[in-house]
Design a binder for this molecule. Structure first.
Ligand code: PSV
Ligand code: MN
Ligand code: MN
Length: 424
């Protein structure tokens, strides 16, 4: 289904008056409102292809209906999101789930929707039908060099698909690790993984990035070979200037100070990008900002501070991606919520009075420093985010319009109730 521009225009007209009333505060009271709106318009967040269908857990999966059945339909779904919020102009693909049979045609379709191809994801955490060797005991770390070679070749094939589509990054997330003490020689697993990553790195085009994702545990529950930002940073450093750490918010042990990790990685020039989501217990992959919005704000506070300190462009210097998967929500509604939460946190971070914050820190004025951050976090920036969307051609309230237009019912009409998207 395609959104017609009159549908967005009608929606915006109906909300224009109340929107302008709320926006008036910003135009009158806040000096940098225009700068913030401009930055929000530029800021695009990539949608992972695997989040477009209802996710599963190891206990089951409940098909949501109207899910995309092909790469073309996945692009169609992101096209819808992007038409509504003008901030989802990128897709992150997962191979082999999203192998494009005709890359040129896929590229053209994506261009029609205004979508570019963000990082490509490889998959060596599952065995595929017909695959000669199993990843049951790992992939890039495997004791058998033939398994490692198979996994390396798969990653190189993913790069090839990405090249055909105009992507410029490869994300490597490994399930490699061990489930029981004694199972793995940690040193050898580390070295073998490094060796394999080096082989992939060699095949990486000069203008590409390799994003090395870390995860504390799951599916292995005793050790993960790239288990924390320290290991990822080590790999990225040993690999070379094209390799970076990718921070997935759900991949830390409980209560980790993610904003501090982000600050240090960014300062060391080794932060490559994000997988945004939220969690209460582990890698829950919940909607960004749904559980800990203050943490999301604090992360953006470090990002804005660190990017500005290095004079970097906020929109283009890092990979901004969502990684989510649900059992109970309409995935498109969920993604609209995630994008909005990310934009809100970003806008609030842009509000922070950095000069005053530094003064408070230098004076050891702890109370003042906390007040400055909370002042920004407690400000309602929704009208600013809506204004950015409006100016970019999107809807003032994307979620409301999505529901008004019965998008899910229409997708079910087109695709059926029992569709299952390829992927997780
Ligand atoms: C598994 O934990 C995972 O959620 C990782 O975060 C990857 O980025 C994602 O799956 C897709 O492979
Ligand atoms: Mn991830
Ligand atoms: Mn994950």
């Amino acid at each position: 289904m395609q959104l017609e521009s009159y549908q967005i225009a009608d929606h915006n007209n109906s909300l224009q008056e109340s929107h302008q009333r709320k926006l008036a505060y910003w135009t009158e009271e806040v000096a940098n409102a225009e700068t913030i709106i401009g930055k929000l318009i530029d800021f695009q967040i990539a949608i992972p292809s695997w989040a477009l269908g209802t996710g599963g857990t190891r206990f089951g999966r409940f098909a949501g209906g109207g899910e995309p059945r092909s790469l073309e339909e996945k692009l169609g779904d992101i096209g819808l999101l992007h038409a509504l919020n003008q901030s989802s102009g990128a897709i992150s693909l997962h191979i082999p789930w999203d192998i494009p049979t005709d890359p040129e045609a896929i590229k053209q379709l994506a261009a029609q929707y205004g979508i570019r191809f963000d990082a490509m994801n490889s998959n060596t955490f599952q065995d595929q039908p017909g695959q000669p060797l199993s990843y049951k005991f790992g992939s890039l770390q495997h004791v058998d060099p033939a398994v490692r070679q198979q996994a390396v070749e798969h990653n190189i094939e993913v790069i090839r698909h990405g090249l055909a589509l105009g992507s410029d990054a490869l994300t490597v997330w490994l399930a490699d690790g061990s489930c029981f003490p004694g199972q793995l020689n940690f040193r050898k697993a580390f070295e073998r993984t490094l060796d394999s990553l080096q082989a992939i790195y060699k095949a990486l085009p000069d203008d590409w990035k390799m994003l090395v994702e870390y995860k504390a545990y799951e599916p292995n529950f005793y050790s993960t070979t790239i288990g924390d930002w320290g290991s990822s940073f080590l790999y990225a450093t040993k690999l070379g200037p094209k390799a970076y750490t990718l921070v997935d918010l759900g991949h830390h042990l409980p209560n980790a100070n993610i904003e501090q990790i982000v600050a240090i990685l960014l300062n060391e020039k080794k932060l490559g990008g994000f997988h945004f989501n939220d969690s209460k217990y582990g890698d829950d992959d919940l909607t960004a900002g749904s559980v800990k919005p203050y943490q999301l704000f604090l992360i953006f506070n470090e990002l804005v501070d660190g990017l500005d300190a290095r004079g970097l462009n906020h929109a283009t210097s890092l990979g901004w991606m969502i990684d989510a998967s649900h059992n109970v929500k309409d995935p498109l509604e969920d993604l609209l919520q995630s994008v909005e939460a990310i934009q809100l946190a970003y806008a609030q971070a842009l509000l922070v009075d950095r000069v005053a914050l530094e003064e408070a820190r230098e004076a050891n004025d702890v109370v003042r420093a906390q007040e400055i951050l909370q002042e920004a976090f407690r400000t309602d920036v929704r009208p600013l985010v809506a204004e950015a969307r409006l100016r970019a051609g999107g809807a003032i309230q994307p979620l409301a319009l999505y529901r008004q237009l019965n998008v899910r019912q229409k997708l079910i009409g087109e695709r059926g109730t029992k569709t299952i998207a390829t992927g997780l």
